[in-house]
Design a protein around this ligand. Sequence first.
Ligand code: CAA
Length: 383
Amino acid sequence: MNPEQAAVRQSAKEFVAGNIIPYAEYYDKSGDFHAYLLEATRTTGIFAMAVPTEYGGLGYCPLTQALVLEEWGYGCAAMGTTLSASILSMEAVLIAGNEDQKRRFCKPMLEAGLGAFALTEPAAGSDASAGVAIAVKSGNDYILNGPKCWITNGGVASVYVVFAATDPARGAKGLSAFIVERGLPGFIPGDREEKLGLRSSNTSFFFLKDVRVPAANLLGQEGDGMKIAMETLDIARPAIGALAVGLAQRCLDECVKHLRRRFPAKSFPGETLQFELADMQIEIEGARQAQHHTMALREAKLPFTKESAVAKTLCTAVAMNVTSRAMRLMGSHAYTSEFGKFMRDAKVMQIYEGTNQIQRLVIARSVLAPPRAAAPATTAGKK
Ligand code: CAA
């Protein structure tokens, strides 16, 4: 971490302490969307932290973004998810959009609006290319039809990246990606999901009924959709890892606070319990390093698909494990909705943005790939 990154992390910590932690329990209980946050962040520009400076954003590098996301995960994973899912949609446009599309899509982000990434459908979750949403060219437009479900920010975003088949017969190669602005005729919003965890993050269904989208909103070329989705998810998965690490650290810190209250200094339980706490911290540190490593690879423009899947799997497994161990150490005190929020929020992290089974598939493909050719012999460094 350089001094600039340390300063960003410190200011995220302060923002979270003042604007997120005090309200997290209320919104978890009510399940209402934490809309106040958009107003609270308006002057910070944090929803545009991934937007490059040439488009007016903060232009944070991947590691700096991860530091912010960890702090938000520490404060409230639901609110962190609102931020990370908005960035996810932004990344798709940054990967595949042209200048005009980038500028148009960045605008709402700069104004603290939200984006949503609409890939999942009732019949297309893990099998991302099995959807029924279609886009048919009509003059200078595409007409989009079909359902989208389990979309984070689905009911509250101002702009969506929607995946639909332009050539259904070609499967993954027939999928395309479109920028769809909210409010277009035929965009039918659905109910939000009542979830076990991440309760104040908006997760919604919506339906597209003859929605006319200008052809200028097609990202890349027809048929590029699957690649755009996969490249975007490579970027987004370690970001979920950052949220998970923040959540796990908070849970451990709260567990320690409770144990200190419960046991006066002299009678603090011995090594068995202390080793449990140490093991939890070891897991968190390892997970944190895994996602930072992925961010560093991305920044160095090196391949990171496998590492992204490893980071997502490891960090979210650690979050689940830490929340479950903390509950065991704390006994019935932890079985309250307030403390249980950590475990409820952690569970879905093993599911969304590609289940951890899908991550294992991605990792296995890399492990089983034919070995790379050995690097050519070099005389560098030899006399
Ligand atoms: N980068 C670039 N291109 C990639 C890629 C990557 N990481 N991974 C695959 N591709 C390309 C492939 O090269 C292939 O193109 P070619 O045929 O031209 O070579 C194309 O994409 C299809 O790839 P596969 O043949 O590997 O596809 P598959 O059908 O076997 O499935 C999968 C791959 C990994 C299972 C994929 O379907 C997947 O990741 N599924 C999970 C979907 C997912 O993560 N959904 C989460 C939704 S978003 C969300 O949850 C956000 C939210 O709101 C919280």
